[in-house]
Design a binder for this molecule. Structure first.
Ligand code: ZN
Length: 85
């Protein structure tokens, strides 16, 4: 057994924890995108949050989109409990 194997075999290994968090966050992000893409609502021309114009490419790529990309990202971070100073 190499040193690397002995480290990663420990149940409390930081690598395992980080990997689990990344996997969970990725699954949540994919679920949020799928939910947004399955909408039957007509895409908005302007962001409901900040009023910025939503590019037509985003309206087509994300059916039913109501927010611009930055506001969607900020909402996603807020939902995860991430706060910025
Ligand atoms: Zn916005």
């Amino acid at each position: 057994m190499t040193d690397f194997e002995s480290i990663t075999d420990r149940p409390s290994c930081q690598f395992d924890k980080a990997s689990a968090v990344t996997e969970r966050d990725t699954a949540l992000a994919i679920a949020a995108i799928r939910a947004e893409c399955s909408s039957t609502v007509i895409s908005a021309d302007d962001c409901e949050r900040c009023g910025a114009e939503i590019p037509i490419a985003r309206q087509i790529a994300v059916p039913g989109v109501q927010k611009c990309a930055p506001c969607t990202h900020r909402a996603w971070l807020a939902a995860k409990g991430v706060r910025r100073g």
